[in-house]
Design a protein around this ligand. Structure first.
Ligand SMILES: Nc1nc2c(ncn2[C@@H]2O[C@H](COP(=O)(O)OP(=O)(O)O)[C@@H](O)[C@H]2O)c(=O)[nH]1
Ligand SMILES: [Mg+2]
Length: 397
């Protein structure tokens, strides 16, 4: 038996939490609930991934970085030391243990990151720009979009529960889930800050998309351009869209070759107003608890091909209440926050200041060049005068 340094968790310059290597391993083996740390299950997913060569690096694309500030203790470098066994069987066992430990730490850090989050936390350091140079939202707004029954309201309750587990374990669900004969599901837009008392981040549950894409586009365009509001609460701009789809329906549609369902889904997902900057919506696949591991992997890979997004932008979040699902939720939220901040607009005053600085730099360079020309001319004239005087004297003598 030997001892080995296993992983570090640190806050990156771009404000992302670096999942420990074994969490990446775990994360790439989505769906998390059943894949966690099990190399055999990862191999199953690998089979599908052979086809999917365009998957992007797991790290978030470079975002405006968060400066070289001294990190708060909870983001401080963490090093765990655990035993590693030599034989192959023990290796698997140890990878599993390590993955569990890694995942637990990642989960804690990610939860703490969201609890402490303030709009602008991840913007500092892009060029000279500071958080104050961006147009910061009062509250960062995530918008849930998806077909009826996809699980949008269930997801709101799951997100709330992840934080309620620490704060208020017996608190009731907030969003109305459809399915019971009494409930019509979500009828109006509803705002849900999370954690419940947050003033920094909220998620909007929406009425479901209809089977008429044109009608959907009209509503979506209104929400995305004019902002959304809940009752009399001030209207807010959407910072990122989460597209929720039911994995079971997708699989059924693929297997029965039901093109209509898939086409509407794709068309709606690709609707330009749902993209913010270059970011297409984040995808959450629900109902994984009703599918096998192979089927879940297949749904994810089909979505990669269908929607043209990297697998890291697709989160498998089944309606289960367990630690691995909580991790998947936290990972998805962290991704949403980072991407929302990357697309914040820069203030006009900052742009003018930068333009002014550039203009005066160019003017100074031009002046210096002019200065050099004048100096050269003076020297040339001086030499010419001296030569003329000299030749004059020669002629006189
Ligand atoms: N088994 C399972 N059921 C789910 C899941 N997500 C949602 N549901 C169920 O699907 C139905 C519709 O969910 P709801 O959240 O109201 O969908 P919405 O119309 O998109 O808001 C409800 O009966 C939920 O309990 C999931 O991941 N797994
Ligand atoms: Mg609903």
């Amino acid at each position: 038996m030997q001892m080995s340094v296993l992983f570090t968790i640190s806050r990156n310059k771009d404000c992302s939490l670096t999942p420990p290597p074994s969490f990446l391993f775990f994360n790439l083996c989505r769906p998390q609930t059943t894949f966690q740390g099990n190399p055999k299950l990862c191999k199953i997913r690998g089979k599908f991934h052979g086809r999917q060569r365009r998957s992007h690096p797991t790290s978030i694309p470079s975002s405006p970085s968060c400066s070289s500030e001294i990190l708060p203790p909870e983001f401080a470098e963490y090093v765990a030391v655990l035993p590693v066994y030599d034989d192959e069987e023990s290796d698997e066992c140890s990878v599993y243990d390590h993955t569990k430990v890694d995942a637990r730490h990642f989960g804690r850090e990610a939860k703490e990151f969201i609890r402490r989050y303030e709009p602008g936390d991840c913007t500092e350091g892009a060029g000279d720009a500071k958080a104050g140079d961006y147009v910061l939202p009062e509250i960062t707004t995530l918008l849930l979009v998806g077909p009826r029954g996809a699980g949008k309201s269930t997801l709101v309750n799951q997100i709330t529960r992840v934080f309620d587990k620490d704060d208020e374990p017996s608190a009731p669900d907030r969003a109305q889930v459809s399915g019971s004969s009494k409930s019509k599901g979500t009828v109006f837009l509803r705002e849900y800050p999370f954690p419940r008392n947050s003033t920094a981040i909220c998620i909007y549950d929406t009425q479901s998309l209809s089977s008429n894409p044109q009608k959907n586009f009209k509503t979506l365009q209104k929400w995305m351009t004019k902002g959304i509001s809940h009752g009399e609460i001030a209207t807010g701009k959407v910072n990122i869209v989460i597209f929720v789809v039911d994995g079971v329906s997708i699989l059924q549609a693929i297997e029965s070759n039901t093109k209509d369902y898939i086409d509407i889904l794709r068309e709606t997902f690709m609707y330009p107003f749902l993209s913010i900057g270059d970011d297409k919506p984040v995808v959450v696949v629900t109902h994984g608890d009703r599918l096998s591991i192979l089927q879940r992997a297949r749904v994810q890979n089909e979505l990669v091909d269908l929607l043209g997004i990297p697998v890291q932008q697709i989160f498998d979040i089944p309606g289960s209440d367990d630690y691995q699902t909580d991790l998947a939720i936290l990972d998805m939220l962290r991704y949403c926050i980072q991407h929302a901040e990357q697309n914040l607009p820069i203030k006009l005053s900052y742009l003018l200041e930068v333009r002014g600085r550039e203009t005066s730099k160019i003017a100074a360079e031009q002046l210096m060049a002019l200065d050099a020309v004048i100096e050269a001319t003076i020297i040339f004239l001086g030499i010419a005068i001296l030569l003329l005087r000299f030749s004059d004297k020669l002629l006189q003598s």
